[in-house]
Design a protein around this ligand. Structure first.
Ligand SMILES: *Cc1c(COP(=O)(O)O)cnc(C)c1O
Length: 376
């Protein structure tokens, strides 16, 4: 096995923040210099252009830049008419922000399970529906869209609004339809480690309905209409123009970055498929209904902690999503869930390095390290 001869200095960090700037340094510097020299800081043309380009790329009528993904979810819920006293169903395998958005508008997050694809298990949501249930939030985790046929049928059956947490799935598709296009609103996060990462916080709402889009534009800007007149209570929830400058450049390179992520996922499948006690995400092209963008590469292992320690010793960075806890496992929040799959998953899941800047040597080192752990 060649793995024994890998240079001890070989390191594959879980993520590499400095290289994000390095990659397109000259483009960033030129564009930032130009916009900042114009004094263009808040709600300027770079933001409008980014919104237009993002909407066009995704095939959605309106993309509305907001401060971050969390505020996008909060506003999406308001657009769906969720308010105090309502209940909102969401999976326990998600970022705490999904539940916090529900909480901060006075509604109650109700947690269901996820399934073997790590995405919301809509059957586990069935017994949770009450006459106060107003909406359901499918979380399009790890860059994959849930089976939206089943979720939309479930929502229709109980008269629920759908707000997508598509923060991890910008450009992912189910049956040719893009994440964020299925319900009242979709949401993007441009947190730096996200597939479309800014150099700070950022987010967007994805909306197909014109009047809801107008409402969203008011909500993100202190409730001001395009006339400047305040017509409702809103938020200071705008996407900074300087982040829009960065994001316009990142969007131009985005299709290539996603293609690279999918190629890495292919390499992981080719190298790791069939190892005992290891479960891999679906390979790209293995199911024609899904077009996954691989925000994360989240595996399962029967010997997760041992595997993780072994990889660390070989310079391979890994991460447990949400710090290793599903949201009902944060004791301070006192959230309950009947989520046996998610509960078991919290002891099994592990993310391998997955970003477009990994080169073939990096990927080979990860593959050989996981294989070496299995004595393969
Ligand atoms: C990143 C993320 C969010 C939003 O995060 P922000 O940091 O507010 O942009 C929401 N939900 C999920 C599942 C996420 O991964």
């Amino acid at each position: 096995m060649t793995s024994a001869f890998v240079a001890p200095s070989m390191k594959v960090p879980f993520f590499n923040y400095p290289r994000l700037y390095d990659e397109h340094r000259q483009e960033f510097r030129t564009a930032l210099d130009e916009s900042m020299s114009r004094g263009a800081f808040i709600m300027q043309r770079d933001l409008v252009e980014f919104e237009t380009e993002l909407a066009h790329y995704l095939g959605i009528k309106h993309a509305i830049g907001v401060a971050d993904g969390t505020v996008a979810i909060t506003m999406g819920l308001l657009l769906a008419g969720v308010g105090p006293g309502d209940e909102v169903i969401l999976p326990s395998h998600t970022f705490i922000a999904t539940a916090a958005a529900v909480h901060h508008i006075g509604a109650t997050p109700v947690l269901c399970d996820c399934g073997p694809d790590h995405l919301i298990d809509v059957e586990s949501a069935r017994p949770l529906v009450t006459d106060r249930t107003k909406a359901i939030i499918p979380v399009q985790l790890n860059g994959r869209v849930a089976d939206m046929d089943r979720i939309l049928a479930f929502a229709r059956e109980f008269g629920l609004k759908v707000v997508e947490d598509s923060c991890q799935a910008v450009g992912a598709k189910f049956k040719g339809r893009v994440a964020g296009s299925f319900g009242v609103a979709g949401t993007c996060s441009f947190y730096p480690a996200k597939t479309l990462g800014a150099f700070g916080d950022g987010g967007a709402l994805l909306i197909n309905d014109d009047s809801l889009a107008e409402l969203a534009r008011e909500l993100r800007d202190h409730g001001r209409a395009s006339t400047g007149k305040v017509v409702r209570f809103g938020f200071n929830g705008r996407l900074d123009n300087i982040q829009a400058v960065i994001l316009r450049i990142k969007l131009r390179h985005y299709a290539g970055a996603i293609a690279r992520r999918r190629a890495i996922a292919e390499q992981y499948t080719a190298g790791l498929d069939g190892l005992p006690g290891l479960v891999l995400p679906s390979a790209p092209n293995s199911d024609p209904r899904h077009y996954d963008i691989f925000q994360n590469y989240e595996i399962e292992s029967d010997r997760r902690d041992e595997l993780r320690a072994f990889l660390t010793a070989r310079g391979v960075g890994t991460l447990l999503q949400w710090g290793g806890r599903m949201i009902h496992q944060f004791d301070a929040l006192d959230l309950r869930a009947n989520a046996p799959f998610a509960e078991a998953l919290s002891h099994r899941y592990l993310m391998l390095p997955m970003y477009h800047l990994l080169d073939d040597r990096d990927v080979t080192h990860v593959v050989e390290s996981v294989r070496a752990f299995h004595g393969a």
